[in-house]
Structures are given as structure tokens and as C-alpha cells.
Design a protein around this ligand. Structure first.
Ligand code: FMN
Length: 198
């Protein structure tokens, strides 16, 4: 098994009463049991990038702002990603799209797994995100775990979840997804997309 590569588990919910960070931490912990790689949780709340503030097109130009350069360095040092995202009105949260759109080549060519959650597992937002990742020339693995939340817990909006209890039934699929990510990392050469993308 190859060591020394880094997988970022990026959580996309920044709501005050979110459960996303706890879910991302649980996902990372399961990942550590499958991959002999460094796995780090990245909370987009710690990366408050202003909405679409870069004057240039990220695929073609350099960055004007220090926060974008810092985000670029963070993403560049990773070899693969796990996007942990809730479904909001059939889509994924705006902070994730903004974080993706601030960069381009830093994502390009790298494998990713999408983990969604919602009352039916968030498959609609997962499919939208998959399409966007392909637009960034990433390599999303086929396994896309979708965690089903109970309607009662959504209505309660407590900001609290015990993933070990609430999400246990998804553990197997999640481990399968991490194994697929591992295979993608072992098999694929990192080939960034350097041509004009569109
Ligand atoms: C703005 C908003 C829109 C939502 N839309 C959906 C939806 O389309 N489908 C769904 O299953 N749940 C939906 N929910 C419920 C979320 O799945 C649930 O609130 C979940 O806890 C959100 O993740 P978070 O707590 O990490 O932000 C929505 C919640 C919010 C706040």
C-alpha cells in the first residue's frame, strides 16, 4: 500500500446548527480504518472565501487574493478528496460550489468520493456534484454513499447527531467507497488538465 498521500474530507455545511462536521469526522475515522494514508477533515467554515470575488477566471489566471492562494495551497497538497455534503433543496450548499470555483488546476486529475445525506440520502445533490467534479476533470469513484436521516431528526434540527448509532447501516458502503478511492489513488497517475477547459 502506498503511504504519504493526503486525503481531505471536506465538509460543506456551514450552518450554525449543522450536523455535517460530526458526520465528516465519522467518515474520516472510517476512512482511517481502510486507507494507510493521512486523512484530514477540512471544515469550510474555517475557509470563509468571499463569494466569487476573484477577478480572473481560475482556470486561466493567477489569484489576486491571499485567501485564494492559501486555499490553493491547501487543496494542492492533497491527492484525493471526500466531499461530505447535505442536500439543500435538491442541490448542494453554495459554500462548496464557491470553494470549488475559486480554484481549478488544484482539483484537476484527482480522485474523489461524494458522501451525501438527507431524508432519502441526498442522491439529487450527489449527482449534481458528480457532474461538477467531472467538469473540473476530477475522477469521482462510482460508489456514492447516501446517508438517510430520519424525518424526525431533520425536523428537530438539534445540530447533534451520533453517527455511530444513526449511520451504522451505511458503514459497509462507506468502506467500499474508501477502497475504491484507494484503488483510484494506486492505479492512476496524477495528470492535471492543463488545456483550456471549455
Ligand atoms: C436550506 C435547507 C434545505 C434542505 N433541503 C433538503 C432537501 O432538499 N432534501 C432533504 O432530504 N433534506 C433537506 N434539508 C434537510 C437537511 O437534510 C438536514 O437539515 C441536514 O441536517 C442538513 O445538514 P447540516 O445540518 O449539516 O446542514 C434541507 C435543510 C436546509 C437547511
Amino acid at each position: 500500500m502506498i503511504h504519504a498521500s493526503t486525503v481531505l474530507v471536506i465538509t460543506s455545511s456551514v450552518r450554525a446548527r449543522r450536523i455535517g462536521l460530526d458526520i465528516a469526522k465519522w467518515v474520516a475515522e472510517i476512512g482511517r480504518g481502510v486507507l494507510a494514508r493521512r486523512i484530514e477533515v477540512v471544515d469550510l467554515k474555517d475557509w470563509p472565501l468571499p463569494m466569487d470575488d476573484e477577478p480572473g477566471v481560475p482556470a486561466a489566471h493567477g489569484y489576486a487574493f491571499a485567501h485564494t492562494s492559501a486555499w490553493s495551497a491547501k487543496v494542492s497538497q492533497a491527492d484525493a478528496f471526500v466531499f461530505v455534503t447535505p442536500q439543500y433543496n435538491w442541490g448542494y450548499p453554495a459554500p462548496l460550489k464557491n470553494a470549488l470555483d475559486h480554484l481549478y488546476k488544484e482539483w484537476s486529475g484527482k480522485p474523489a468520493m461524494i458522501v451525501s445525506y438527507g431524508s432519502r440520502g441526498g442522491d439529487k445533490c450527489a449527482r449534481q456534484l458528480r457532474q461538477v467534479l467531472k467538469g473540473l476533470h476530477m475522477k469521482p469513484v462510482a460508489t456514492m454513499p447516501g446517508f438517510r436521516l430520519s424525518k424526525d431528526s431533520i425536523k428537530a434540527n438539534s445540530g447533534v447527531i451520533d453517527p455511530e448509532r444513526a449511520l451504522a447501516k451505511h458503514r459497509k458502503e462507506l468502506r467500499r467507497g474508501f477502497a475504491a478511492l484507494d484503488a483510484a489513488l494506486r492505479g492512476g497517475r496524477f495528470t492535471p488538465w492543463l488545456r483550456w477547459p471549455w
